[in-house]
Design a protein around this ligand. Structure first.
Ligand code: SF4
Ligand code: SF4
Length: 451
């Protein structure tokens, strides 16, 4: 058996399989809603990285992140420590998408285009800037701050572009970056991975600790440069004795392309490992751990369901829930849900909340929830503070509720209603940390809606 061919095809099959699976889950998420199919954020380790600060500070996850997301993050970090960026080279669906378009591009243009070395070298640092900036913002606001600008998230929303733009017009940036990634991948290999991906930057840094590297034996090398031509991140392997650069994604394509036996090998702690064994180790460790986590009940990628005994207050229902589901989730009768969320009786019970405004243009789900929250806490909420005359641009997440009220010269009831803050949240809470005591609360989103 030609194990080199088996290893090459196994890598491609796993990458394409994961991309197809992610595409299917994304479609189902849009079609059925977040309660029934996981969002891309729940399946992407970067979401867990964005959630870490909130998790350490409060012990809870930010919206759309679950135990399964953290398991994937821990696993991919372990893979980076052991085998460098093997997640990027062997498992990432977005990397697979780029490789597919690169292959089509190479067929069309009959050659691989390379960005001039000076530009390429500088541009590769961009991904570290993206990493620091996006994680910083996510930790500061306690939200998936990068979501609207994320081309991977945009890919998962391709079946619902208009709905996504309606929900958050900034998502246009994510779709634009997706288009740039696809066009870039047509022309250059792994365009997004090399220059923009913050997750790739994160694994690059951790991969520095790894004992895995590609080693070239100059006495056996015939200098055919087949390794250089096969490398998807354009490393000049033929000029080096060892590939220690953080750019290497441990795909082993160079080792598989090398025609001279023993000239190019992948080594772990100075021991040669066949690319097929490397592939089995990485994929086995990844999926094996997920299976164990699932069997032991530690791999949650969906919101807690009623089946697990969870009953939500009515203001915690989501836009993807139908009215009927809300009744089940809250334990209320259908009539009570219609009444508490001020839904006109003409709206069918199988309508998702996010779609009610399509039937009743004046209906505002967020306002209805805020009013229902006030009622549920046993206090009246004004719900409709006069927002137009109030300039909220000076209100920052780092302010406490009290400081923000003072700076706007507002009384407590009006301020809480304006910013839709549940009344149980104490006034000394920082605005950016409300989500930690009231999960689902998104200060930045509410502030933006008031501008
Ligand atoms: S660099 Fe980013 S997009 Fe590329 S393979 Fe790694 S995680 Fe995936
Ligand atoms: S050097 Fe080899 S293993 Fe590393 S990315 Fe390039 S082809 Fe893959």
């Amino acid at each position: 058996m030609n194990w080199k061919k088996v290893a090459k095809w196994s890598r491609l099959l796993v990458l394409v399989g994961l991309l197809l699976w992610i595409t299917y889950e994304s479609y189902m998420h849009q079609a059925l809603g977040g309660g029934k199919a996981p969002s891309i954020h729940a399946l992407c380790p970067y979401g867990a990285l964005e959630s870490l600060y909130t998790l350490f500070l409060t012990g809870s996850f930010i919206k759309k992140i679950y135990t399964g997301t953290v398991v994937i993050l821990v696993l991919t970090v372990a893979l980076a420590v052991l085998f460098r960026r093997s997640f990027c080279g062997l498992l990432c669906p977005f990397g697979a998408l780029q490789e597919i378009f690169a292959k089509i591009g190479q067929k069309l243009f009959k050659k691989r285009l390379i960005i001039p070395q000076k530009v390429d070298r500088l541009a590769r640092y961009l991904k570290y800037v993206v990493l620091v900036f996006t994680v910083g913002m996510a930790w500061y606001y306690g939200t998936l701050w990068m979501a609207p600008y994320d081309p991977y998230a945009a890919y998962s929303h391709l079946s619902a572009i208009s709905g996504s733009l309606k929900e958050d017009p900034l998502a246009i940036i994510g779709f634009a970056l997706l288009l740039i990634t696809i066009i870039g991948s047509f022309l250059y290999d792994r365009f997004f991975c090399k220059y923009l991906c913050p997750a790739g930057a994160f694994y690059s840094i951790i991969g520095k600790l790894s004992p895995t590297k590609v080693v070239r034996n100059d006495s056996l090398c015939i200098h055919c440069k087949k390794c250089d031509k096969s490398c998807p991140v354009n490393i000049e392997i033929e000029k080096k004795e060892q590939i220690t650069t953080v750019e290497c994604i441990n795909c082993n394509e160079c080792v598989l392309a090398c025609p001279s036996k023993g000239a190019l090998e992948v080594q772990v702690a100075k021991k040669t490992v066949h690319p097929m064994v490397m592939f089995v180790l990485v994929v086995g460790l990844f999926f094996g751990t997920i299976v164990v986590a699932q069997l032991t009940g530690n791999f949650e990628i969906l919101p807690l369901s009623v089946a697990q005994g969870e009953v939500l207050p009515v203001y915690e229902v989501k836009g993807y829930n139908t009215i009927e589901e809300a009744a089940t989730l809250t334990g209320l009768s259908l009539d009570d849900v219609y009444q508490q969320l001020a839904i006109p009786q003409s709206v069918p019970k199988d309508t998702q909340f996010k779609n009610i405004s399509a039937l009743v243009p004046d209906y505002q789900f967020d306002v209805a929830k805020a009013n229902a929250g006030g009622a549920a806490e046993g206090a009246a909420s004004t719900g409709s503070a006069p927002t137009s005359a109030i300039d909220v641009s000076g209100i920052k997440g780092s302010m406490s509720i009290q400081q923000a009220m003072d700076s706007l010269n507002m009384n407590s009831a009006d301020f809480y209603a304006l910013f839709k803050i549940p009344e149980t949240v104490p006034p000394d809470t920082l605005l950016k940390e409300i989500s930690t005591v009231s999960p689902g609360y998104d200060f930045q989103q509410i502030k933006d809606s008031l501008k």
